[in-house]
Ligand binder design. Structure first.
Ligand code: PEP
Ligand code: MN
Length: 684
């Protein structure tokens, strides 16, 4: 039944007026957004830039002028317009990205439950990406979101990465760092805390206020104004609201929750106070992550995120960051993350403004690669952060054409089809624990062809260490030409190799034959070797390119130098910049040696690439008598090091017996090498 209208209440006609104004406001907004969409369609069809900063400035100026003329405060008007312009831009962006379309149902995971800030941010972001066609799935922890994404249970995950008051969220950074997740979008969410209570309760009834600890901290001023009230940390804001729906707290009628307006509404609570936070600006930045990268339209204002490691040198980080300054690329975030396996060495998370394929940023990234030991691109995505004054960031530089990042290992064009690269200012070096390969040093890697037993590899380690080798080699998985030959000890061999390396403090090198073996060799060895037979195994190279582990790449038996470098490019392209090239002899018409050692490859490669180059005289010679002269020649030719097969008891070797140096041979070789290296002014 209708309530009788109190004709005498003077507020009624005014309220009617307000309701009518609100209705008009909504209609006007709908009209504005409709026009914005039409502009977006034309921009899309005519490939016009999305952002017209000049026009936005003009709109803003006349909006403020009109508002002030009507007696409205400028800061208020600016804030309203900021929201409207943001929304308009996002609508046009999704049009340009052509993501909106019927039948595209997207599943997105987040941490928390409906009504949490993560859920709100997720539905806001996904509404632009897929209209109403998205399903939100709440998970208990960030790790659960990551797992669901990697398992394919959801298409995307939305994770909070930093808060404007609380700072960075370490668990989320770790999750992104440790898994192959790609950042494809971001959302910035204005956190607005309210005080929610079961219906009918009043401020004076409150004895307990529960919420997420971060939310309690953010509302310090409000909480200290409440006398005799206990703060109760809760797992998250939405659960705190839910806990008041029923149960003892509701019966006691003494507990309130700090949560979002939406969570309060969802759980049938009354809102007693709004804007509880100490600071007006309380924003959380979320990242939308996916299993595959997505490349946004170059017309969008974008950010690019990456993860890199620099060698432990003076100025190494400055050097890396300078690359961005020189390219006029603005850095928006830098954060370091410790690496459990390398105490006191850090990975750096860096966000910059710009599209990854815009010429200035693409060029900066090529340069960055040559001053990092590891670089992983985390993603390129539309930027949602705006400066606090409400002003828009500058429009992105016009992008005439997309450029592919240039290859980094090739200095010159070896043939007409090869991609172009500029000469590299410096040679790169690779660090393996205490050993540095490159930088005018000479490194001897030695050990048996295959790990045969614990005793054999321990004896070998002792022998090579005594002769100045600084790394231990030994194959656990052997690529044998004959299936009847010894195939290696496999996993057990890795265990023995690591044990021998530990006993004599020698980093270890072992060959990885297949993608399936990667986790095991990653765990046990310090350097992974790609053998000559696998140089063309691009699927394997692509996987190894994703690792943060040095790789020795051997030249294929019939590979040209150009093919060799392009194989190295597969590793570098994936982000693994710790690549060491190894010349090990090629197949020619000559049969008096196992292969023909192409020593000219050493100076040729030095001219073509900045990567360190070592030589394997053992597999080239196939005969121990020839190994020593070839080793000396390789050092003289300028190789950064040698990898030489040696066995404590060559007669017993199960693999490549004929070429294995004995302890005496090794001593003899080293005696010949030392004066050559010293004469070159190099450090052993
Ligand atoms: C090896 O180093 O043991 C090996 C098999 O080498 P390559 O791949 O050069 O033949
Ligand atoms: Mn061998």
């Amino acid at each position: 039944m209708e309530q009788p209208i109190n004709q005498t209440d003077p507020l009624d006609p005014i309220r009617k007026e307000i309701d009518e104004a609100d209705r008009q406001l909504i209609q006007i907004l709908a009209r504005r957004f409709d026009a914005v969409k039409r502009v977006g369609s034309i921009k899309r069809a005519e490939e016009q830039p999305l952002l017209d900063t000049e026009r936005e400035r003009r709109v803003q100026a006349s909006w403020i002028q009109d508002a002030e003329a009507l007696g409205l405060a400028a800061p208020f008007a600016r804030r309203v317009l900021k929201e409207i312009l943001n929304h308009s831009r996002r609508m046009q962006e999704s049009l340009i990205e052509n993501r909106q379309g019927p039948g595209r149902r997207i599943r997105c995971g987040y941490q928390g439950q409906p009504g949490s800030y993560s859920a709100l941010a997720a539905s806001h972001l996904l509404a632009f990406r897929s209209g109403a066609e998205s399903a939100m799935e709440g998970y208990l922890s960030f790790q659960d979101v990551g797992r669901a994404l990697l398992n394919g249970d959801v298409d995307y995950g939305l994770l909070p990465v930093e808060n404007s008051i609380g700072g960075s969220i370490a668990d989320v950074n770790r999750l992104i760092c440790d898994h192959a997740l790609h950042i494809v979008d971001e959302e910035v969410w204005q956190v607005e805390h309210v005080l929610a209570v079961p219906p009918g309760m009043e401020l004076a009834d409150i004895r307990v206020i529960r919420s997420h600890p971060a939310a309690l901290t953010q509302c310090e001023t409000f909480l200290s104004s409440m006398e005799d009230v206990r703060r109760e940390p809760w797992s998250d804001t939405a659960t705190a609201a839910e806990s008041l729906k029923e149960g003892p707290a509701r019966e006691r009628r003494d507990t309130a929750a700090i949560c979002s307006e939406e969570a309060a509404r969802l759980h049938g609570l009354d809102v007693l106070a709004r804007s509880l936070a100490d600071r007006e600006c309380n924003e959380t930045r979320f990242l939308l992550v996916a299993r595959e990268p997505e490349m946004p339209d170059p017309r969008l204002h974008c950010k690019t995120s990456m993860l890199f490691r620099v060698n432990h040198h003076e100025g190494a980080l400055v050097h890396a960051l300078e690359v961005f300054a020189q390219a006029k690329v603005n850095l928006t975030r830098i954060e370091s993350r410790p690496q459990p396996d390398m105490p006191w060495e850090y990975l750096f998370f860096v966000d910059v403004e710009g599209h990854m394929e815009a010429p200035n940023l693409a060029g900066a990234l090529v340069k960055l690669r040559s001053c990092c030991s590891h670089l992983r691109m985390l993603g390129c995505y539309p930027s949602r952060t705006r400066k606090q004054d409400g002003h828009l960031d500058a429009a992105p530089a016009p992008v005439p054409a997309l450029v592919r990042p240039e290859p980094v290992c090739i200095r010159e064009v070896p043939a007409e089809t090869a991609p172009v690269a500029k000469p590299h200012p410096a040679r790169s070096s690779v660090r393996i624990g205490p050993v540095t390969l490159g930088e005018g040093r000479f490194v001897l890697i030695s050990g048996p062809c295959a790990v045969e037993s614990l005793e054999q590899i321990v004896d070998a380690a002792r022998m090579v260490r005594a002769n100045g080798a600084t790394m231990l080699r030994g194959g656990a998985f052997k690529p044998r030409t004959s299936p009847h030959a010894f195939q290696g000890l496999g996993q057990q061999g890795l265990v023995y190799l690591r044990e021998a390396g530990r006993q004599f403090e020698l980093p270890t090198v072992t060959e990885v034959l297949t993608i399936e073996d990667i986790p095991a060799v990653m765990e046990y060895a310090d350097v992974l070797q790609v053998g000559a037979r696998n140089m063309h195994n691009f699927a394997l190279l692509k996987e190894l390119g994703k690792l943060d582990k040095p790789i020795i790449l051997k030249r294929g038996m019939s590979a040209t130098i150009k093919e060799f470098l392009l194989a190295a490019e597969y590793l570098l392209n994936g982000g693994n910049l710790q690549v060491i090239l190894c010349e090990r002899g090629i197949r020619t018409f000559e049969t008096s040696t196992r292969a023909t050692l192409d020593l000219s490859a050493v100076p040729v490669l030095k001219r073509l690439t900045h990567l360190p180059i070592i030589v394997d005289p053992s597999h080239a010679a196939g005969d121990r008598e020839l190994v020593i002269p070839l080793a000396l020649a390789a050092a003289a030719a300028g190789a950064d090091g040698l990898i030489v097969e040696a066995h404590p008891r060559p007669a017993e070797a199960l693999c490549d017996k004929e070429q294995a140096l004995s302890p005496d041979d090794l001593e003899h070789m080293v005696a010949g090498l030392r004066p050559i290296v010293a004469a070159q002014g190099r450090v052993w």
